[in-house]
Design a binder for this molecule. Structure first.
Ligand SMILES: [Zn+2]
Length: 385
């Protein structure tokens, strides 16, 4: 069997305009590719009220354990203004040693690299001492309701065992090899409304200005000292992201004041413990000001940390050896689908350099793509040794 070339496959994947959650035929395409390598595949389509249906793919080669899984997404963010691109974002082209196109970085090239790595590995190893699987979604960049979250529920129901999962998201800030992610902070957004009583500014006794309570609340929640950080995590941080008092008149006390804030928290807290802390402040200050309030929270993910195990260290050593860089195990950055997968398997994340992700002229350096394929191939070699 011939190996699958990572650059060729990356180009093919990028040419599908899979702006989230559009599939454009890409899952079927990848399914076919994996079938040629001997994988048993299943396309899983999930839908829910108020969201678009999404196709996902689970594929497995072998039926013995241990099962090493690669996870990633084939949806991409919109390209924005096409005029700002030097190439058509869905007609990938190579310029000055870089492959340019939407998804070149986040994260179609990484998926291509892993498929290529599998083909390299099985070409040289007739008998696989375990299984290799793919968990690929089309709903990571969007609402993430019908994607990995549901695939994980499906796998759990089917009692499918995954022994280790490598998520191929871009993890390196500047250079390939700098950073492996072993956990993520949690993220939660709060939307706060304070309801007062509208009135004439000259007669404040007849009104109740909600901005008074709002400003006090925001000052106090911003001042909370959550923690000083841990060995593995940055300190928990709260940012006020929106303050809105819609009022076009200068002589009117407004009746309503709104604000929003986002908290990135480490594993010293849960969304519930943080809500409790903040709600207490909101309640106290609102009561003091005789204002009513409404608070809504949206939790994108809880904080988690995968305690490094022998596979973690093996992967770090492979990355170190090939890139000749001192590789850090980190928990920085935004959320990823690892927040769902860690519920069924230990996972870590390692992929490309994320510098151009979501940007115009998103690109991957050809030498990085080659190195990443080599890294993934060596991970498989060592894992099944
Ligand atoms: Zn991504």
């Amino acid at each position: 069997m011939a190996s699958i070339n990572e650059l060729q496959l990356a180009k093919e994947l990028i040419s599908f305009p899979t702006v989230t959650p559009v599939d454009a035929g890409i899952m079927k395409f990848l399914e076919k590719k994996l079938k040629t390598l001997g994988f048993k595949t299943k396309i899983l389509e999930f839908k829910e009220k108020d969201s678009k249906p999404v196709k996902n793919l689970y594929a497995r080669l072998g039926n013995k354990g241990p099962n090493f899984c690669y996870a990633g997404h084939l949806d991409v963010v919109p390209p924005g203004n096409l005029k700002d691109w030097t190439v058509n974002p869905f007609k990938p082209s190579v310029k000055k040693g870089h492959l340019i196109g939407r998804g070149a970085n986040d994260m179609k090239s990484s998926i291509a690299a892993f498929v290529s790595a599998v083909s390299n590995y099985i070409k040289n190893n007739e008998e696989l001492k375990g299984s290799i699987s793919f968990l690929i979604t089309g709903d990571e960049e969007g609402v993430a309701i019908n994607g990995t979250k549901k695939v994980v529920e499906y796998l759990r129901k089917k009692k499918e065992k995954i022994d280790f999962c490598l998520v191929g998201e871009p993890t390196n800030p500047n250079k390939l090899g700098e950073m492996i992610k072993i956990g993520r902070r949690g993220s939660m957004t709060g939307k706060l409304s304070i309801m007062g009583i509208q009135g004439h500014v000259a007669y404040p006794q007849r009104a109740n200005n909600p901005s008074t309570a709002l400003v006090q609340i925001l000052k106090e929640i911003k001042a909370i000292k959550f923690d000083k950080g841990t060995k593995d995590f940055q300190p928990t941080n709260l940012e006020i992201t929106k303050i809105n008092i819609d009022n076009s008149a200068e002589n009117v006390i407004p009746g309503l004041a709104n604000a929003a804030f986002n908290i990135r928290f480490n594993n010293k807290h849960s969304s519930t413990s943080i809500k409790k802390k903040i709600n207490k402040i909101i309640k106290q200050i609102s009561n003091r000001n005789k204002s009513k309030y409404k608070i809504d929270y949206r939790v994108s993910g809880e904080a988690f940390l995968t305690k490094p195990n022998s596979t973690t260290f093996m992967i770090r050593d492979v990355v170190k050896k090939i890139t000749k860089i001192n590789t850090k195990l980190s928990t920085t950055g935004g959320t990823s689908d690892a927040r769902f997968i860690r519920k069924i398997a230990p996972c870590l994340e390692f992929g490309l350099v994320g510098k151009t992700m979501h940007k115009v002229d998103e690109a991957v350096s050809l030498s990085d793509l080659k190195k990443l394929t080599l890294i993934y191939t060596n991970i498989l070699k060592n894992y099944f040794k």
